[in-house]
Write a protein that binds this ligand. Structure first.
Ligand code: ZN
Length: 890
């Protein structure tokens, strides 16, 4: 899966452990008085203990799934479930969420369902040791929150679209199932749908026949799959096909957005990826076809359903030619999901604690495939600037966690699916590949996939395969990197004599007393000399360091450097503290550093300095104003401009009316506008600069210019103001209460009636600095009975309190904190992930920090995920106050 929330803020596990874990008894099997396994807890979730007990009894699972979908709000289905049971001594549960059961039969006998709305309990007397058949006929409303079998009515043409999404454990929102990854099964699907619908599933259909007003589709049986990897999507989707590669490829999207999809690009990257992965893994792609479906209201970025991958359509719709950035993102998401077809779908984790390895590995392999099989050779550099920085940020939070953590129940399956899981995990795999060598690493992966295909595996199995291929014991490495949280810091210490290095040491420090682990790691240490205008590489040494101090004798005798970077080439996962001379070089001569990855790392060192309160924000912005316009590397320019926009957001959090904030905002606006003008003829650069301009514009002259561009009174040579840009401008104008902006939202909504247009209009509406708007929408998003689909609620939350609208945020801050416990109890983890990320009030003042601290002290009963969000907001608010003091002190 590819996540897409601005930040996911989940947390460890302590509370749920006590709620869900049944009593674990010490009696052995030989004990005749052994107490029976306690009954499964009556709630919406499945505990690891209950799942393991079920998996120990059940095997050879097959589902015959029959569905009838009419386009209405409810669908019906019949699940015929066959399986082998080890013993009929105890009840057995089958998961099925919020359905109305029409009939239940067990081994041919009709029985009255014992059903609590979450799972059916089958009585031992109805079961037999050996083969069992259970048939459940039911009805159920479609989901509208993106899980289960989601239904959406297209506002443009009234057509109905459905798709399934199951990860982590939502298959039982669609059919009766043992909804746990280690009960892999085969699936045979028949489905009746309206005549103009397509149906897409793991296999291809073997027949489509009339069935009354509907048509009945029959699909070939699947290979063995975990329930969360099975899928079925149905609706009047537009289809594109390409048979030019080894595997037939299809792409689907809603009819009303079809013109905004670029199928040729999809097929190009898909074909390149399938060739690459077949070769890399040494195991051919296991399915007969490769389908990709763009779907609306999707909760995440994309999902690796076996051979029927879903993508969040709004991230892949283009109203103009795609920019290089958009193509790079498309390629990398396609590759990520494709990597999962082997790692995740073919070999699957046993339980949700192993989900991180799926995601780490797919992030790692997705980047590798993008770098090696597409035109985006700098994919690793993009990973450094995006994923890896988010991992460093999260690993420095007080709430950080080890990569591998226990997951007591499905309630906690996504608690730790975050930047640690995806990007720190991927970074540790990069490091492991450096440590073992690329060929050994690849062989270990191949062996692992062959050994465990169509089965489930655990971390030890993966590490064991790599260790075996390398001929070394990886126990110590695993403990340091996967079971211990936190990022260490390295610094180079050296002395020079007579212009030469006379001693060189790498010093490693742990983040805190609470996280004392020092690690072993292989990195490159590079020294540079300033030669006229350019930095020249003087010496580059690969070194495996460990412990607090490691001598690097190979550096001795090098010319005394002007710049030392101790993680050159980005092999290591480590925070770099530049020595004072190197830090000064970075600040004053950034543009003279030739190597774009090193330049990116130096920019990052400066930004780290800002976030740690060691470099004033104004110094960073001066460096940005001087150097960003000189940046000719497209990927790095995106990184630097992103930092500039974030810096502006910090200034807004502090005080948007401050004299310095106003002055530097105008300088930043001018920089971005001039960048857009100067890059006329280079569409990628021009759109990158102009997008930044829209994100920075807040002075009256800049807003005037945006308004003029919108109504065609002004133009920027080379730039087409397409519908997406029009919405970005309208939102910006309304956010700053530009005269007439509310009417512009109305007018634009009338021009663009698509659901993307509705979402954009909503974002523009809620961001308006108007107390009545804020009150109305706060009430709506906090209303558990709201009729709005969750995708809209989420948009409203994300845009309700922009950074500069501190006063509005402040007015409702206490009320929002007061509601936290109520919402946390009733609204569910999907809702709370967004609420926790964007609705907990920060203010960048000592008072707001104290308020969050008080809420944290009082909120010890919050769910793990919500409590983590609260603590993260607190820490980030403290950081903002520190940065504010550094700015004031300047
Ligand atoms: Zn993934």
């Amino acid at each position: 899966m590819k996540t897409c929330l601005p930040r996911l803020l989940p947390l460890a596990v302590a509370t749920a452990l006590t709620v869900n874990a049944p009593f674990v008894h010490a009696a052995t099997a030989a004990d005749p008085a052994r107490p029976a396994m306690p009954a499964r807890a009556e709630n919406a979730f499945l505990s690891q203990v209950d799942a393991a007990a079920r998996a120990a009894r059940v095997s050879n699972v097959d589902y015959a799934l029959d569905f009838t979908l009419t386009g209405k709000e409810t669908f019906s289905g019949t699940t015929t479930l066959t399986f082998d049971l080890k013993d009929a001594n105890a009840p057995l549960t089958v998961d099925l969420d919020k359905a109305t059961i029409r009939s239940l039969s067990v081994n041919g006998k009709t029985v009255a369902p014992r059903y609590n709305g979450w799972f059916i309990t089958l009585a031992p007397s109805d079961l037999v040791a050996g083969k069992n058949t259970v048939v459940v006929a039911y009805e159920r409303p479609h989901s509208t929150n993106g899980e289960g079998l989601h239904r959406m009515v297209d506002p443009v043409d009234g057509r109905v679209y459905t798709y399934s999404h199951f990860e982590p454990a939502a298959a039982h929102q669609m059919f009766a199932v043992f909804d746990q990854p280690d009960l892999k099964a085969t699936y045979r699907v028949t489905v009746s749908v309206p005549a103009d619908w397509q149906v897409i599933s793991t296999t291809r259909e073997t027949g489509v026949a009339p069935a009354g007003d509907l048509r009945r589709w029959t699909f070939a049986p699947t290979k063995k799959l975990s329930p969360y990897n099975f899928s079925m999507h149905a609706g009047p989707y537009t289809m594109w096909e390409d048979r030019s590669g080894k595997y037939p490829m299809r792409l689907f999207a809603r009819q009303s957005v079809a013109a905004q999809i670029k199928p040729a690009e999809w097929f190009r990257y898909t074909k390149a990826g399938l060739t690459f992965f077949d070769d890399y893994f040494g195991i051919p792609y296991q399915f007969e076809k490769y389908d990709q479906i763009l779907v609306p209201d999707f909760l995440y970025g994309a999902m690796e359903n076996a051979a029927a991958i879903t993508f969040s359509e709004n991230r892949f719709m283009y109203k103009a030619d795609m920019t290089a950035e958009q193509r790079a993102r498309l390629a990398s998401v396609i590759m990520h999901e494709m990597a999962h077809q082997w790692f995740g779908d073919l070999v699957t984790m046993q339980w949700w604690n192993g989900l991180w390895l799926n995601e780490s590995f797919a992030s790692f392999m997705g980047t590798l495939a993008t770098a090696e099989a597409t035109e985006f050779k700098d994919a690793w550099r993009a990973f450094y600037s995006e994923g890896k920085q988010r991992a460093y940020e999260q690993d420095q939070k007080t709430t950080t966690h080890p990569i591998e953590v226990p997951v007591p129940s499905t309630q906690n399956a996504f608690d730790n699916i975050d930047n640690i899981t995806y990007s720190k995990g991927a970074s540790t795999l990069i490091q492991l590949r450096q440590l073992l060598g690329a060929d050994v690493f690849r062989k270990g992966v191949h062996d692992y996939l062959v050994k465990y295909q169509y089965r489930n595996a655990r971390l030890d199995d993966f590490i064991g395969s790599l260790g075996h291929a390398a001929g070394r014991d990886l126990t110590g490495w695993t403990k340091q990197w996967l079971y211990e949280a936190g990022v260490d810091t390295i610094a180079a210490r050296y002395t020079c004599k007579g212009g030469k290095v006379a001693g060189f040491t790498l010093e490693q420090t742990a983040p805190s007393r609470a996280l004392p682990t020092l690690r072993e790691q292989r990195v490159q240490v590079a020294a540079f000399r300033l030669d006229g205008k350019d930095y020249k590489l003087e010496r580059n040494v690969a070194v495996t360091y460990k412990g607090a101090r490691t001598q690097v004798a190979a550096m001795n005798g090098a010319a005394c450097p002007d710049l030392v970077y101790p993680n050159y080439g980005d092999w290591g996962f480590v925070k770099v503290q530049l020595d004072p001379r190197s830090f000064d070089s970075a600040r004053t001569h950034l543009a003279q550093v030739d190597d774009p990855l090193l330049r990116a790392m130096l920019w990052q060192s400066l930004w780290d300095g800002v976030r740690d309160g060691k470099l004033a924000l104004n110094d960073f912005l001066t460096t940005t104003l001087n150097n960003a316009p000189l940046e000719k590397d497209y990927t790095l320019l995106g990184d630097v401009l992103g930092k500039a926009v974030t810096a502006k957001r910090y200034l807004d959090m502090m005080d948007p009316q401050a004299v310095y904030a106003q002055a530097v905002t105008r300088q930043l606006e001018d920089m971005a506008w001039n960048g857009a003008v100067a890059s006329r003829g280079n569409d990628d650069f021009q759109r990158r600069w102009f997008g930044t301009y829209v994100n920075l514009a807040s002075s009256r002259p800049a807003l005037d210019r945006l308004a003029a561009l919108l109504d065609g009174k002004a133009s920027l040579d080379g730039l087409a103001v397409n519908q997406d840009l029009r919405w970005a401008i309208v939102r910006r104008l309304n956010r700053y209460d530009y005269p007439g902006a509310a009417a512009l939202v109305e007018a634009e909504g009338a021009r663009d009636r698509s659901d993307a247009g509705q979402a954009a209009a909503l974002a523009a509406t809620v961001s308006r600095p108007d107390p009545a708007v804020k009150a109305e929408w706060l009430a709506t998003v906090q209303d558990p009975q709201t009729k709005l689909p969750f995708s809209k609620v989420r948009t409203a939350m994300e845009y309700l309190y922009p950074s500069e609208q501190r006063a509005f945020s402040e007015q409702t801050a206490d009320a929002r904190l007061a509601q936290l416990a109520r919402l946390d109890k009733g609204a569910g983890p999907v809702y709370m992930r967004t609420y926790g990320a964007v609705m907990i009030p920060a203010g960048c003042t000592p008072k707001s920090v104290a308020r969050l601290q008080a809420a944290a002290d009082a909120g010890r009963d919050l769910s793990a995920g919500t409590r983590r969000a609260l603590l993260d907001t607190l820490q980030e608010d403290q950081r903002c106050v520190t940065m504010r003091q550094a700015l004031t002190a300047h």
